[in-house]
Design a protein around this ligand. Structure first.
Ligand code: PCA
Length: 325
């Protein structure tokens, strides 16, 4: 069995390897730490591509914003400074409202609903990215977003004046509407921002709180399930077009695998990291009714604002998603 597999792998290697002249290194900038599930998934994707292309494409991941800071990754790939990259797409909602479709409060709050929303948004997303010189490869959701604080919070009124770390338009808007003071900070800088008091609260997954060991500065995590934002892995269009068809197919196959594996990882990481926050000493619980009510009011305003901005394309996607409910 082992021999046959090895033989088959060796044959595949020769076949594809012979077709492509030289091995090419593709640097893949990532914004999140190496141990984060997105980063591990991207590393596995890279290994898959290396194997499937017989070493013709050697993907090298650069986690934690070490090659480009999160906010610069998309532009770097668009302009060909990097052939491939991973980015939290909702951080670019200012370029196109559709990029923020995954951050509409309380629209799709479970992995299941969120995947359906993404299915509905998919074709439009591919087209928008294409017009920006990007080839969509795969995308993976973060776990549901909840609120981190350094004291007990029972209502929106309790949030007044708190310095709140934002990571996209929606998080900044939520801060404004709840009377907090937003400051945009990369995940890679989060621990430091909390330690120095630049930020004292934020919304994110258990994953990012766990990755950043936020129990060193904060005490409470409220499960709110506001939305599940996504990271997208995309390639530069010219770098992609330079690949032969067999290589493109091999990468697409690996991307399909990474999409499915990433979802499984995200689901598994959800409870694992919430337990990790508890072990770190934090109080992890569902938000109370009064807080949820207040957040839902804010969410309704944000939903209306998004629909206004997103026009027909956005409305059509939301309607298609809602029709499936
Ligand atoms: N973690 C990322 C984005 C969403 C998430 O869960 C962050 O906080 O930057």
């Amino acid at each position: 069995m082992r021999t046959i597999k090895t033989l088959m792998a060796a044959t595949a290697l020769t076949a594809v390897g012979a077709a492509s002249a030289a091995a090419e290194t593709w640097d893949l900038p990532l914004a999140y730490p190496a141990t984060n599930f997105h980063s591990e998934n991207a590393a596995d994707f890279g290994a898959c591509v290396g194997q499937a292309t017989g070493g013709a494409i050697n993907i090298v991941t650069h986690p934690n914003g070490s090659l480009f800071a999160g906010n610069d990754i998309k532009r770097a790939v668009q302009t060909g400074q990097a052939p491939i990259g991973e980015r939290l797409i909702s951080a670019h909602q200012n370029e196109n409202p559709m990029f923020g479709i995954d951050s509409i409060p309380f629209l799709a709050t479970s992995f299941e609903d969120h995947e359906r929303l993404w299915e509905a948004a998919g074709p439009a997303m591919v087209e928008i990215l294409d017009a920006q010189n990007l080839v969509y490869l795969y995308s993976v959701a973060w776990p549901p977003q909840g609120l981190y604080f350094k004291r007990e919070i029972n209502s929106v009124a309790d949030m007044e004046g708190i310095r709140f770390r934002s990571y996209n338009t929606a998080t900044a808007r939520m801060a404004e509407l709840t009377g907090m003071r937003p400051v945009q900070i990369e995940a890679a800088e989060l621990s430091q921002a909390l330690a120095t008091g630049v930020a004292e609260s934020f919304i994110s997954s258990g994953a990012t709180g766990y990755d950043s060991q936020v129990w060193e500065s904060l005490t409470h995590f409220y499960e709110v399930d506001a939305w599940l934002p996504r990271n997208i892995i995309f390639a530069n269009k010219q770098a992609w077009a330079a690949l032969d068809e067999a290589t493109q197919t091999a990468i697409r196959d690996c991307a399909a695998e990474a999409k499915a594996a990433g979802l499984e990882r995200s689901i598994a990481y959800t409870n694992f990291t919430l337990d990790g926050l508890r072990e770190g000493g934090m109080i992890v619980q569902r938000a109370g009714d009064e807080l949820m009510e207040g957040l839902r009011e804010v969410g309704a305003i944000m939903t209306e604002e998004w629909l206004q901005n997103a026009g027909d394309t956005g409305r059509a996607v939301i309607e298609a998603y809602r029709a499936g409910n």
